[in-house]
Design a binder for this molecule. Structure first.
Ligand code: AR6
Length: 173
């Protein structure tokens, strides 16, 4: 299977996905918030924040693993995206690190399927097109190095972001 065939795009709600891990766009406290973070905690139930509270936070660009509790997904990989401050404050590198570190946790734990939201593109204000390009580039790089990961699903909330990802992927050979 080619790397491109191991990538899937879905428009919808990441909390519904039955995969080994969904990735959460968290904040550095790991104690919950709005957006996809709020939706994941709501669907997983209160045990998720109890486990998160034991982790002692997470710096921007890094990632942490918990169980999925009431989610259909077996695990949650919490990563902290950069807040967009114009793009010359290390945002691209930090966003790339979110994808790489999440993929590394999946590979280290033998996960075959992982789903990502568009990290940093909501409350944190990262421009959609730039963020999508980084997400896809980084995931492709990782898939080349991590044969045990069979499928990466990008779950996009809204048609606009879905179309951006579709365009980038269709322009890859
Ligand atoms: N499924 C998939 N994608 C979703 C869902 C969902 N259920 N809900 C929202 N999105 P955001 P950030 C999309 O704001 O920018 C939180 O308060 C959303 O449309 O969730 O990384 C945290 O605690 C957008 O495209 O995350 C942090 O404080 C994308 O998910 C802060 O927000 C990310 O938007 C993190 O901000």
């Amino acid at each position: 299977m080619s790397v491109k065939e191991r990538i899937e795009l879905i428009e919808g709600d990441i909390t519904k996905l039955d995969v080994d891990a969904i990735v959460n766009a968290a904040n550095s406290s790991l104690l919950g918030g709005g957006g996809v973070d709020g939706a994941i905690h709501y669907a997983a139930g209160p045990q998720l924040v109890e486990e998160c509270a034991k982790l002692g936070g997470c710096p921007t660009g890094e990632a942490r693993l918990t169980k999925g509790y009431r989610l259909p997904a077996r695990h949650v990989i919490h990563t902290v995206g950069p807040i967009w401050r114009g793009g010359s404050n290390g945002e691209p590198e930090k966003l790339a690190n979110c994808y790489r570190n999440s993929m590394q946790i999946a590979a280290d734990n033998g996960f075959a399927t992982i789903a990502f939201p568009a990290i940093s593109t909501g409350v944190y204000g990262y421009p959609l097109q730039e963020a999508a390009q980084i997400a896809i580039n980084q995931v492709i790089e990782c898939l080349n190095e991590m044969p045990s990961i069979k499928k990466v699903i990008f779950v996009l909330f809204g048609r606009k972001n879905f179309d951006i990802y579709t365009d980038i992927l269709s322009n890859l050979k």
